[in-house]
Design a binder for this molecule. Structure first.
Ligand code: NI
Length: 256
């Protein structure tokens, strides 16, 4: 299994990161992508990837857009060149929390899309309550040679179709798919099918049922894999094999 979106460099793991990574390996998680949320946080992600034999993404989250450096490409390029960095992200729009002004979020997203296009690197998107503006920006900045994933996808079948069919994006499926009130998301997973999804935790946030409310960690991705297996009527081994292959097409082979 591959946890395509975690934050094991987060401070919440400072006390027991070794044990968390060991539990992930023991549970069959063979690769993890730890994702940065600002320039400084991305530096921490790169360091954790090196220290723990995993992989990193570097980028500026919409929450941090208001503090982004003036020259975003110049700040991110050295990080993108680091070994073990496999994607740019997380980048996107978050109109639910609105922690950065919306015009600033949009400018920072566009700058990162231009950088990803120039660098030929896949993008990990964070999107919440901004579907219209997000897809409008993609229509201007995205092209068919680019690869990406909508992390923590929580939309219904219609949004899934737009992302997958119009932009060729994958859907990052995490603990939310196990929540009782997530019926539209489960419909979307069934509509998208196994070829379009990758597994993730977004730990330390969003623990799956039956661990909801606890700090999340990469080993818990097994609960999400089981849920997807039940939803698609596919053996667990098949879900793991196919979602790993999807992650490989997205990021390149993740061999430690
Ligand atoms: Ni995240």
């Amino acid at each position: 299994m591959i946890d395509t979106h975690c934050h094991i460099h987060d401070r919440q793991f400072d006390g027991d990161r070794d044990a968390v990574v060991a539990r992930a390996r023991a549970a069959g998680v063979r690769a993890m992508v730890t994702v940065g949320e600002s320039v400084a946080d991305s530096g921490r992600a790169v360091a954790a990837a090196r220290d723990y034999g995993c992989f990193a993404a570097v980028g500026i989250h919409p929450h941090a857009a208001k503090d982004a450096p003036a020259d975003i490409a110049a700040a991110l390029r050295p990080l993108l060149a680091e070994r073990r960095v496999v994607a740019l992200g997380e980048a996107g729009l978050d109109y639910y929390y609105d922690r950065s002004p919306r015009d600033v979020q949009q400018r920072v997203l566009r700058a990162q899309l231009q950088l990803a296009r120039d660098a030929g690197i896949p993008v990990i998107f964070h999107h919440r309550d901004a579907f219209e503006d997000f897809t409008a920006i993609l229509r201007e900045e995205w092209n068919a040679s680019m690869r990406g994933v909508v992390h923590c996808f929580t939309g219904g079948p219609e949004q899934a179709r737009t992302y997958c069919d119009e932009f060729g994006l994958l859907l990052g499926i995490g603990g939310v798919v196990t929540f009782p009130n997530a019926a539209p998301l489960r419909d979307a997973v069934q509509a998208a099918g196994i070829e379009r999804i990758v597994l993730e935790t977004d730990c330390p946030y969003l623990s799956p049922v039956p661990l909801r409310g606890k700090r999340n960690e990469p080993s818990f991705v097994t609960h999400t894999a089981s849920k997807v297996s039940a939803l698609l009527g596919m053996p667990l081994e098949g879900v793991i094999e196919r979602t790993d292959a999807n992650a490989g097409r997205l990021f390149g082979e993740l061999n430690a």
